[in-house]
Ligand binder design. Structure first.
Ligand SMILES: Cc1cc2nc3c(=O)[nH]c(=O)nc-3n(C[C@H](O)[C@H](O)[C@H](O)COP(=O)(O)OP(=O)(O)OC[C@H]3O[C@@H](n4cnc5c(N)ncnc54)[C@H](O)[C@@H]3O)c2cc1C
Length: 393
């Protein structure tokens, strides 16, 4: 019996539950490292099955990681460089301008439509011989290193990775407690074409109706300038039903920099919540991506944080494999927890703090905010630190 258990622990096999942007990239990275993967997904792996309008900000650090996974060649044609980031607050004379040239010739990041990311990742994951796909999978029970499924029977591996998003089934099976914070806000996502070019600039605008990001997109096929908006406002905002001309003129009033804007997509809304967990591991189990942390979308960092989880767990797993160790050992899991904690905690506190800082009309707080923006702009050293953080490098 012990012999069988010993053999099972030495298997170079990992089960990943959830093939979102994080779980599927982990499968690709592990396969590159010679580790077998069983990738379980409740939906199909069909391309273009869901389009939800998200324009994902991919940091320079994430771009480099995706390139190391062999994904960048497929993504580059549909990616829009971010050369500058401008932050400004309604009514303030100050803007904070980050220019990529302050740090070199690389852009600060890229904007890629969610469906382009997903399609490129799905195509790559399906080409991996070491990855076995289990689509339309219904999960029943999780025991350490053992997943019971309705369609595929019992699957075993020394490590089960929960990459199954905010409502993680894996997390609940291993009794990891989570806390969800409701902001009473929702995010409107839509794409607009506009008269003036965006000049590869991403805007973070703090407005009394809620903060919004104006993200540069690649030109439309007929050559129009295009940007995506993520507008975070009250959950009662009438965004779904507001006549199009009124939505466009509201945006033009708040954001006059691109001239006439025209809605060029349907509108999508997302409830805004964040999620934190007590721990990210349990025996033979680990959480990555939104299963382990979900952030307010204000800073566009959620999936970037998830890919950093992927980079770290993949590195620990390949080291364990090369040393002939158990891929689900307590030691390895403890290392992963220690490695990821500062990043998870730091980014959560930053994004949550930002929403609180900009969620008040108090004039003293407003003065402090504007002074802070101006000060950061004037201290090159501090500005560079913040730029590097935003770029994930
Ligand atoms: C409006 C908005 C804008 C955003 N913009 C950005 C941005 O610009 N930059 C950024 O970095 N992040 C952004 N994010 C956050 C980002 O979208 C998420 O962090 C990221 O998609 C999480 O990926 P994931 O793979 O961890 O989870 P998910 O995308 O939730 O994927 C989970 C996967 O698991 C599967 N699954 C779930 N349950 C089961 C089950 N029981 N069995 C099998 N499979 C299961 C699901 O079908 C899915 O495929 C944004 C989020 C929102 C809402």
């Amino acid at each position: 019996m012990l012999k069988v258990l010993g053999f099972w622990c030495k298997l170079h096999m990992v089960i990943i539950v959830g093939a979102g942007l994080v779980g599927a990239v982990l499968a690709i990275k592990l396969a590159q490292f010679g580790i077998n993967v069983k990738l379980l997904e409740k939906n199909s792996f069909e391309k273009k099955s869901v389009n939800d309008g998200r324009t994902i900000a991919v940091t320079l650090g994430s771009k480099r990681f995706l390139a190391s996974c062999g994904l960048w060649e497929a993504l580059e044609p549909s990616s829009q460089r971010i050369n500058n980031i401008r932050v400004f607050e309604q009514g303030s004379a100050w803007t904070l301008d980050y220019d990529h040239k302050d740090l070199g010739s690389d852009p600060m990041g890229y904007i890629i439509k969610f469906e382009h990311l997903r399609d490129a990742i799905y195509e790559a994951v399906q080409a991996q011989t070491l990855v076995e796909l289990f689509a339309n999978c219904t999960l029943q029970t999780l025991l350490p290193g053992e997943v019971h499924t309705k369609e595929y029977g019992i699957l075993k591996a020394p490590l089960v990775v929960g990459a199954d998003g905010r409502q993680s089934w894996v997390r609940s099976q291993v009794n990891i407690r989570s806390r969800t914070k409701e902001y009473g806000h929702k995010a409107l996502v839509a794409h607009f074409i506009h008269e003036k070019p965006h000049q590869a600039t991403a805007w973070e605008v703090f407005h009394s109706s809620g903060p919004f990001a104006m993200l540069p997109m690649t030109d439309t096929p007929d050559g129009n300038y295009q940007s995506g908006i993520v507008w975070c406002g009250s959950k009662d905002a009438p965004w779904e039903t507001l006549p199009t001309d009124q939505l466009e003129s509201q945006l033009e009033n708040i954001f006059p920099f691109y001239g006439k804007v025209t809605l060029n997509s349907q509108r999508w809304t997302f409830p805004i919540t964040s999620l934190t967990v007590d721990r990210v591991t349990a025996p033979h189990t680990v959480l990555v991506g939104d299963a382990a942390h979900a952030l307010h979308p204000i800073a566009g960092q959620g999936v970037n944080l998830g890919w950093r989880d992927v980079a770290d767990i993949a590195q620990l797993l390949v080291e364990a494999k090369d040393l002939g160790q158990d891929l689900g050992s307590e030691l390895m899991l403890a290392k992963y927890s220690r490695m990821r904690k500062p990043d998870h905690k730091g980014l959560y506190l930053f994004t949550d703090g930002l929403t609180r800082l900009y969620g008040t009309d108090n004039s003293l707080v407003s003065f402090a905010r504007q002074t802070g923006l101006a000060a950061v702009g004037k201290i090159p050293f501090l500005k560079k630190i913040l730029m590097k953080k935003a770029m994930g490098i």
